[in-house]
Write a protein of this length. Structure first.
Length: 246
């Protein structure tokens, strides 16, 4: 057998072996993902996709998500776990210091957990100048600052539209993180007001009057009493106007 013929045969055998290993690894990865999907509702991702495990409903538009391991795990990337997939577990909120589940591909290492630090950077509104209780809050009184939302208590305000027709519910000092609880809207309907009522249903709309039995801002639900004495619940749509869906 000529040398070059022997060399070609050996080269093709090695190439086939490498290709076969690659196929096995790919099939193994798909098998792990399929098996994980059957046994756990978690979505499995690679290390570069960890931010995709954060629930988008918790994140405001334009936020930057940064997920890093709390400390390196020597098993990941070693013979114990040559290829790793990461997933969240049911009930675990991917927020702040938490953990992810690790599934190894290409070894028989049992699944394990590693700690991660989830940071969500986004601009939120902060009070720029002192605002007295009852004072109308305008754009001149606040400014945007980019903060890690995972370190803030819930209720922060990230949209200037939330300031429309709002006054301060308490005195606010410069540097205070603006929260929804610190804002009070203008009541469109007050207790005892005679309001116009628009009753709507499939294919019809009926007008009338009623007496408000509570206070409501725009879009809030308020209880009303009709001239016939019937108690209904409607939504404040404008000054002294309540819409009731039947």
């Amino acid at each position: 057998m000529k040398f070059h013929t022997f060399f070609n045969i050996v080269f093709q055998m090695r190439l086939g072996l490498v290709f076969g290993l690659a196929v096995c690894l790919t099939l193994g990865l798909k098998a792990v993902q399929a098996d994980a999907a059957q046994t756990d509702s978690a979505r499995w991702v690679t290390e570069g996709q960890l931010s995709e495990l954060v629930d988008p409903a918790l994140v405001p538009p334009g936020a930057m998500i940064d997920v890093k391991f709390v400390k390196a795990d020597e098993r990941i990337g070693s013979l114990q776990c040559p290829a790793a997939l990461f997933g969240n577990t049911a009930g675990n909120k991917m927020w702040g210091r938490t953990y992810v589940r690790v599934q190894c591909v290409g070894s028989d290492t049992a699944p394990f957990f590693v700690g991660v630090d989830v940071k969500v950077w986004a601009p939120v509104l902060v009070v720029k100048s002192t605002v007295q209780s009852g004072q109308t809050i305008g754009q001149k009184d606040v400014e945007f600052r980019t903060m890690d939302l995972s370190q803030l208590s819930h209720g922060w305000v990230s949209d200037l539209a939330h300031l429309n027709n709002k006054t301060a519910a308490r005195q606010l000092w410069p540097g205070t993180l603006l929260k929804h609880d610190y804002l009070r809207g203008q009541a469109l309907v007050k207790n005892g007001d005679t309001v116009k009522v628009m009753m709507t249903g499939p294919g019809f709309a009926i007008g009338g009057t009623a007496v408000a039995m509570g206070e409501a801002e725009l879009g809030e639900v308020v209880k009303i009493k009709t001239t016939q004495g019937k108690i209904l619940h409607g939504v404040a749509r404008d000054a002294l106007l309540v819409e009731v869906s039947l």
